[in-house]
Write a protein that binds this ligand. Structure first.
Ligand code: ZN
Length: 147
C-alpha cells in the first residue's frame, strides 16, 4: 500500500512536488539546525578522542624514549580509541597504524610497539625545543627521525 509522504519534523502530510521533503520553510530550517548540531557534536567527539589518543601517547612516552611497548587493553582502559588511528598496513600477524606522529605496530595478541616520529611541523614548535632540552639533559641521542 502506498504511504503518503510526511514531513520528518511535524509529521504532516506533504502535498505538491513529488521530491518535496518538508512541509514548510520553518520545518526545513529546523531540520538543518538539528542536522548541524548533530554533525558538530560528532566532529567534536571525534576530535576529543583523537586528542585523547595523542595526549595519552605523548604522556606515556616521555622525552627519554622514542618508542615503548604496551598492550591495547592497557591503552583502551585509559581511553585510547584505536578506531581513530589510520590503518596503514594489514598483515596476518600484525597491523600498522598511525596516529599523528606516532606509528603503532599492533600484534594480533594485542601487544603494541609504539614509535614516535617527529613531524616537520613539530620541529618548529616550542614543544620541540623543550623535547631537545630534555634529551640533552638526560644524555640521549638528539638525532631524530624526521620522516
Ligand atoms: Zn513540517
Amino acid at each position: 500500500m502506498h504511504k503518503h509522504p510526511t514531513c520528518p519534523i511535524c509529521k504532516d502530510k506533504l502535498f505538491g512536488r513529488s521530491d518535496k521533503r518538508f512541509c514548510s520553510v520553518k520545518c526545513k530550517n529546523q531540520h538543518h539546525q538539528i542536522a548541524r548540531r548533530y554533525l558538530r557534536n560528532m566532529v567534536e567527539m571525534e576530535n576529543q578522542r583523537r586528542e585523547r589518543n595523542l595526549t595519552l601517547l605523548e604522556g606515556l612516552m616521555d622525552a627519554r624514549n622514542d618508542q615503548f611497548e604496551t598492550h591495547l587493553n592497557f591503552l583502551s582502559k585509559q581511553g585510547f580509541h584505536l578506531e581513530y588511528c589510520h590503518l596503514r598496513k594489514k598483515e596476518k600477524s600484525y597491523q600498522i597504524y598511525s596516529c599523528y606522529h606516532f606509528v603503532i605496530e599492533l600484534r594480533t595478541t594485542g601487544f603494541m610497539k609504539i614509535r614516535r616520529q617527529m613531524s616537520p611541523l613539530f620541529l618548529k614548535d616550542e614543544f620541540y625545543q623543550r623535547y631537545i632540552q630534555d634529551r640533552i639533559r638526560w644524555n640521549y641521542n638528539v638525532t631524530l627521525n624526521t620522516t
